[in-house]
Design a protein. Structure first.
Length: 143
């Protein structure tokens, strides 16, 4: 089972530092990451910006269009991922904050949490995706 995790930070730049740590952890073989992106929302910006990461050993990346669409839809409409997840992300990611979005196996969450402990993410939001949901996401966004 895959998990879409969102690690929210209280500044617009901390997710970038978290992404560096995540990529290093993946390079060392400490965690499997299918795909990841950072989202930062500068305090004076109208909307957040998303940047896809390129984790090491990431076959089957969903691509930048996936992350842009997912982030856009979180702030615009429901896309079929659990409403509670969508609403929590929408409520937590506000101007002046940032988040690291990670798609990976369920087991990766604890390892990533340990790696990011020094950065003190203020919120962790999870959506567990069954194989059918993950397959549907991959089919839509890799076509």
């Amino acid at each position: 089972m895959a998990t879409l995790s969102v690690w929210k930070f209280d500044t617009s730049s901390e997710a970038d530092e978290a992404s560096v740590r995540l990529q290093e952890l993946a390079r060392r073989g400490g965690v499997t990451v299918h795909d990841a992106a950072t989202v930062s929302w500068e305090r004076d910006a109208r909307k957040p910006t998303a940047h896809q990461l390129r984790p090491a050993a990431s076959p089957g990346c969903l691509g930048g269009s996936f992350w842009e669409l997912l982030i856009g839809l979180i702030f615009l409409t429901d896309i079929g991922i659990d409403d509670t997840f969508i609403n929590r992300v929408r409520d937590q990611l506000t101007p002046g904050t940032s988040a690291l979005f990670v798609l990976g196996p369920d087991a990766a969450v604890e390892t990533i949490e340990s790696e990011l402990a020094g950065l003190q993410p203020v919120e962790l939001i999870l959506a567990h995706l069954d194989p059918e949901q993950e397959g549907a996401l991959r089919w839509v966004f890799t076509e």
